[in-house]
Design a protein around this ligand. Sequence first.
Ligand code: AKG
Length: 296
Amino acid sequence: MIDEFTLPTPADIGDWEVNGYWISPPLFSPEEIARAIEAMDRVIAGVCETGHEPWSRFWNPGDDPLALCKIDNSHWANLAIRDLVLSEAIGAAAARLMHTHEVRLWHDQLLFKPGQGPGAKPGGNVGWHQDHGYWTNTCPDLLTAWIALVDVDESNGCMHFVPGSHRWGKIDGDFFDQDLERTRERIAEETGEEFRTVPIVMRAGQVSFHHCLTIHGSGPNRTDSPRRSFAVHLQPAHAAHIAGTPADSHQCSIMLRHLGGSEGSLYRGGPWPTLYPKRSEPIPCPSHREMSSLGD
Ligand SMILES: O=C(O)CCC(=O)C(=O)O
């Protein structure tokens, strides 16, 4: 259900235009959060209650327990995650921020940053980047909703945003470069802009929204508990396929071509369910064998 009090106000939208991010009031109850945490643990452990694997796993049971665990399209594997990432409250807020009449999923990411204690190493860092760097196969109008499942601050490696950087154009960042200082210096030099970072401190259940050109990253988790979140990447009504970009091998491009789409086709239907206005669409989950045969 959409609650007017959880939507961005005209003043919030003004701040969004200036800064490239917005932080919502709590959108999820403690019960919904507990359900999502349980679901997250099951997917991390490799349990797929729908019978379908997520699209891709960047961490598998047995891998380094101190590394960031990132799993794409985990909602294919679990119904509780589906409820969370396809929430209408997120979709309605995103529609206002993107000035669009329809909000569709691009894809989701399960993000589990293990607690490493006070001597934490950069293994869980996320390098400075813009999301659109990975999505050149469509317009630069997407945004990311990042759902905090635990309280987040600098002690457990919360995200940092660079305010206003969505107006700097495309930068050459890297999600996987864990040397934050090196990348920060390079980007500041290349852009000639002031690289000021803001820690995004939130309570569990709050959601931060950032423009796909807003530079962001995160540091180590120095606590003893995991930092848990889902990133929900969302597209506006007009997001269509642009062929021949560096993102031709992106999972969404592969899926679009598999479904018969080409230049100019909307990323709509099938794997891109609509969050707003809410529709009860069946979510097709390709079989794992089918996914493997599509490549990555
Ligand atoms: O969780 C993080 O620290 C970074 C996530 C991210 O890059 C994103 O949500 O776009």
